[in-house]
Design a protein around this ligand. Structure first.
Ligand SMILES: Cc1ncc(COP(=O)(O)O)c(C=O)c1O
Length: 360
């Protein structure tokens, strides 16, 4: 039996909400937020309320020890009245894998989804409806226990916020090979979606941007030879007409988009290899045109072709099809399913159950 509270300020927040002039990606908060607390080994009752600043103690463990995890997912409403989600149970499963790694409580699927459903259902009218646009949903959990003791917390809050958004990156990307820093360690937290991984990537991203690149390409933490992923996306190469993507090593994130692309490509008759991808070998294959395309993928961008890889010394390797070719066919299939424009043979699209909608 589900039980949650809809705060009386929700309707006013929805009524007063003004769509931002410039959408961007995750730039402007939506009108409502969901939260539920965890204490003494038990989850409490969820609340949907107007988006507002939250209060935590200065000694809350998240602020000192980074005990925090999050997810990123989208609700689409392209040319349709009702909003739909894409493989949301995958995000819930990954959230709980992240929770386990970070010594945080796992959350029941019903409670994880309650937050996602309520925020989406109540925000439905403000979901932008052009292709590529969506409501970006951010479920997250953090340690609220007020104590500086260096141990895992026993008080947490799970929240869902959202933002009407455009795709994170439309168009092609240029990526800088990061040969110095590494993103994650063997046995570390690379496969968990936790804030520290992202904070640790920002310095490299700043260097990449200063050199005219969009993101960094991370290599394996031991030999700095095998490609792992980008800071917020997984990586693919098209080599002699077949798809190659780094195998899941435990230090990179298992993307929902990555998994979906592998599945879609296979269903289109394209062979897909999940294996170590040596960076120097790949560069030779780019130079000989055996590797004709590169692309990256994630919930935010869906799929973006990579036109070139670059080195810190200014050397750049241009791919044969900088704007993508096979990748664009896959992108259209993915987005078409997500936006309910194409058949969904694997039943990836999910609808918000009626009971979560506001009563008239
Ligand atoms: C480090 C990292 N890798 C890959 C991805 C792609 O994952 P997904 O396709 O589930 O969005 C993301 C985005 O969430 C990410 O942050």
């Amino acid at each position: 039996m589900t039980s949650y509270t809809i705060h009386e300020n929700v309707h006013e927040a929805l009524h007063n909400y003004e769509m931002p002039e410039k959408l961007g990606f995750g730039l402007s908060p939506g009108p409502v937020m969901y939260s539920v607390s965890y204490m003494d080994g038990m989850w409490g009752e969820g609340v949907l309320e107007a988006n507002r600043p939250i209060q935590i103690q200065p000694s809350a463990k998240v602020l000192h020890y980074g005990q925090e995890i999050f997810e990123g997912m989208k609700a689409y409403r392209v040319d349709q009245a009702r909003a739909n989600l894409f493989r949301p149970e995958r995000n819930w499963q990954r959230f709980n894998r992240s929770a386990k790694r970070m010594a945080m409580p796992e959350i029941p699927q019903q409670l994880f989804m309650e937050g996602v459903y309520l925020v989406t259902a109540y925000s439905e009218a403000i979901i932008p409806a052009a292709s590529g646009q969506s409501l970006y949903l951010r479920p997250f959990m953090f340690a609220t226990e007020p104590s500086l003791e260096v141990t895992g917390a026993n008080q947490f809050v799970y929240m869902v916020i959202a933002s009407p958004s455009e795709s994170i990156h439309a168009g092609t990307m240029k990526v800088l090979i990061e040969r110095n820093d590494t993103r994650a360690a063997i046995g570390g937290t690379g496969a968990a979606k936790t804030g520290g991984n992202y904070a640790a990537s920002f310095a490299s991203r700043q260097r990449a941007m200063a050199l005219g690149y969009h993101q960094s390409l991370w290599l394996d933490p031991v030999n700095k030879k095998n490609i792992e992923e980008l800071s917020v996306m997984n990586f693919f190469a098209v080599i002699k007409g077949e798809l190659y993507t780094p195998a899941l090593t435990g230090s990179l994130l298992e993307g929902v988009t990555r998994d979906s692309i592998i599945h879609l490509a296979q269903s289109m008759g394209v062979r897909v290899h999940q294996q170590p991808l040596n960076i120097d070998e790949l560069i030779r294959q780019i130079q000989s045109s055996d590797c004709s395309e590169l692309f990256c993928c994630g919930t935010g961008a869906i799929l973006a072709p990579i036109s070139a890889l670059g080195e810190y010394d200014g050397t750049e390797y241009q791919v044969k099809y900088p704007d993508g070719k096979l990748s664009l066919v896959i992108r259209e299939r993915m987005l078409g399913i997500q936006e309910c424009r194409l058949e969904d043979p694997d039943h990836w699209v999910e609808w918000i159950p009626e009971e979560y909608y506001p009563t008239a």
